[in-house]
Design a protein around this ligand. Sequence first.
Ligand SMILES: Cc1cc2nc3c(=O)[nH]c(=O)nc-3n(C[C@H](O)[C@H](O)[C@H](O)COP(=O)(O)OP(=O)(O)OC[C@H]3O[C@@H](n4cnc5c(N)ncnc54)[C@H](O)[C@@H]3O)c2cc1C
Length: 368
Amino acid sequence: MDPIVIVGGGIVGTALAHRLRDRSRPVVLYERDALGSGTTGDSVAIFVRHQSSPDRPSQALRERAWEAYEPLVEDGTFSFERIGTLDVARTDAELADRREATAALSGFGVEASLLEPAALADHGLDPDAVAGAMWTPNDGYLDPAEIVQHYAREAAESGVAVETGTAVTDVRVEDGSVVGVETADGTQPAAAVVNAAGPWAPTVNDMAGVPLPFRHNLGPVVVLGKDEPFSFPFVQFGDGLYVRGEGRSQAFAGSFGASYDEADRLDPTDSRSVDHDFYLEVGDRIEEAIPRLEGAEVVSDWVGVRTLTPDGVPAVGETAVDDFYVAAGMNGLGVTVAPAIADFLAKRIAGEAVDPEVAAYLAPSRFA
Ligand SMILES: Cc1cc2nc3c(=O)[nH]c(=O)nc-3n(C[C@H](O)[C@H](O)[C@H](O)COP(=O)(O)OP(=O)(O)OC[C@H]3O[C@@H](n4cnc5c(N)ncnc54)[C@H](O)[C@@H]3O)c2cc1C
């Protein structure tokens, strides 16, 4: 029996391998490098219930994902630090948006409230520099490396072939259907191929002749440390700068990066370093609004690459090539939604019923 081939061993590919592990059809996962070495390894890994512009299908995916994560958090398999998200408003107009988003999220059953500036001082912010914030206290950070290793290990124990250090070099298509992939080891026939290649997804789509409008943006992260212990939530500002507490004495300062319209297609393998201007921006923001981080020193930094879609929603499902599926364009949310994406796609591949609203939301064909 020809297997289902998964291209990519990030959090999405391994979650899918794990979800498919008990099916009768064999599964092969190819990872060009090491498991979790792509965007997943560069993530700041917040599980976010917070949404700036709440929409119901995204909420449904997050709920489904938490159903998968929660038991493993509770039994100690996955670590989870519940630090909460503060979506900070610095103007009255931004505050009106946060108020609207708080009402919409609360309507979905998410614990969310609007905090006054005085309450933000407890979270390390300067109350004179902010107009208020939307607070979702149940958000927190996961450890994506731990999740990837767990999913891959359990998948392998159930018979999934996890081939690391093996790049898929071509996708074979005959008469409009996918029939296999090529690797350095030769041809692997396939009943279905799933492109879960993260920022390399456009390259794998090119191999199959599937045009999808993915672009990339850069996610610089600066690690800040202090000698004394401190706590800090996940704080995001309207201009895309964010800071999240890490452990007992560090914080990650990052940027949500360019919008789709400003973004381009990049080579994810290029090496990159944090722009000097970003250091200045972080320093200015601390001085202006974050007294708790005053005196913090730079410990290290890195730059990750996100994969964007025009509408900010992942592309997940079958493509114009029969049995060639895509699960990519996760933007800044792949760690949050990976198990839900895996569950959705496993059902799709098996021809099982899925929520039609979520199917339309994720459908790659919306870009046709
Ligand atoms: C700085 C930063 C912060 C982030 N913060 C958050 C956050 O707080 N919360 C959140 O939910 N998300 C966050 N994200 C987004 C999240 O990290 C990604 O959406 C997620 O990791 C994408 O996972 P993936 O499996 O799709 O891709 P990847 O992790 O990139 O995995 C794809 C894999 O495919 C492999 N591959 C590529 N081509 C081939 C080939 N031809 N053959 C075989 N293998 C191949 C690659 O080596 C790679 O390992 C962040 C991203 C960045 C950059």
